[in-house]
Design a protein around this ligand. Structure first.
Ligand SMILES: Cc1cc2nc3c(=O)[nH]c(=O)nc-3n(C[C@H](O)[C@H](O)[C@H](O)COP(=O)(O)OP(=O)(O)OC[C@H]3O[C@@H](n4cnc5c(N)ncnc54)[C@H](O)[C@@H]3O)c2cc1C
Ligand code: FES
Length: 280
């Protein structure tokens, strides 16, 4: 059992959990994730390790409630425990000293960008982070990204905080003003990652994206998370989650993400209705 030692709301429907998981806290590297089951009957859900404290033996997960499993998770209180947390899984981010690295995080994608920015800064790279959200209240982890970056540029869709712009507009301006960075890393909604990759392609800037395909086992056996990268089939859970953004077939990935949308919606609504009927 994996005890939840702290729980904090970061934005509407976005919660940070600090979870006791000493072995994972020691072993994890930037870019890796865990598979979590809240209870012994729950489905497994993949969540990025947003931070870890090996001394305290804890990992940090930042979770957006989007469906039934993440809604059940939101009912977990401090002192309760997740039934299992398996990991660290996935290939770690390739980190080396290379100069200027631009980290682009959109919405909940800011959480998985955080350990990558930290790791690049730790090896001496200059890290500029571009953080985007729909509105001010949805922007998360600004202080953590400021600590992990030399500069942070913020934009919101409605202009309620930072610049009124999309992350791609801020990125393009940065490239024009500062020259080509050594690498761009983008994590956020697939459509955002697709357009970040399209922005960097003409400049031939190496661009990594972290894919959030639907996963079942997280071990490369079920095939649920397959994506096409450079014309080849890859499994996000074992070959990724990071891939060359210029080679990913985003349109296919977005179609596959919608495969179970109807069933997911029904399960979420039925769960919320049940909870409301119990007065919870
Ligand atoms: C490697 C990886 C790391 C992730 N890290 C985080 C994280 O740090 N924080 C976070 O909030 N979310 C993260 N996700 C997404 C998270 O796993 C899903 O939001 C979660 O599984 C949804 O479960 P649900 O039952 O609540 O929703 P469902 O009812 O299953 O789905 C609701 C909606 O979420 C989408 N969805 C379902 N499963 C996934 C999935 N596996 N990945 C992405 N979208 C999904 C569906 O298309 C649907 O639109 C990550 C996904 C991957 C693959
Ligand atoms: S989740 Fe099963 S193969 Fe990746």
């Amino acid at each position: 059992m994996f005890e939840v030692v702290s729980k904090q709301t970061l934005a509407p429907k976005v919660t940070r959990y600090v979870v006791r998981a000493p072995d994972i806290a020691k072993a994890r590297k930037a870019g890796q994730f865990v598979m979590v089951r809240v209870g012994n009957q729950s489905e497994r859900i993949p969540l990025t390790i947003a931070d870890a404290d090996p001394q305290a033996g804890t990992i940090t997960l930042v979770v957006q409630e989007v469906g039934k499993s993440t809604a059940i998770m939101s009912t977990i209180a401090v002192g309760d425990a997740f039934h299992d947390v398996v990991g660290p899984l996935g290939s770690p981010t390739h980190i080396e000293k290379k100069g200027l690295v631009v980290c682009v995080g959109g919405g909940i994608g800011i959480a998985p960008v955080h350990p990558i920015a930290q790791a690049h800064k730790a090896v001496g790279n200059e890290v500029i982070s571009i953080l985007g959200a729909r509105t001010k209240e949805l922007l998360i982890m600004e202080a953590e990204l400021r600590a992990a970056s030399s500069e942070v540029l913020i934009c919101t869709d409605d202009g309620s905080y930072g610049e009124k712009a999309l992350v791609t507009q801020v990125l393009e301006r940065l490239i024009k003003e500062r020259g080509k960075p050594a690498e761009v890393i983008a994590i956020g909604p697939p459509i955002m990652m697709k357009f970040v990759a399209a922005t960097t392609l003409p400049y031939e800037i190496p661009t990594q994206v972290s894919l959030n395909s639907v996963m079942v086992d997280g071990t490369g056996m079920c095939g649920g998370c397959r994506v096409t990268v450079g014309g080849e089939t890859k499994f996000v859970c074992v070959d990724g989650p990071e891939f060359d953004g210029h080679a990913v077939d985003f349109d296919e990935m977005m179609r596959r993400q919608q495969f179970y949308a109807d069933q997911e919606k029904l399960a979420y609504e039925a769960y919320l209705a049940g909870r409301a009927a119990q007065g919870a």
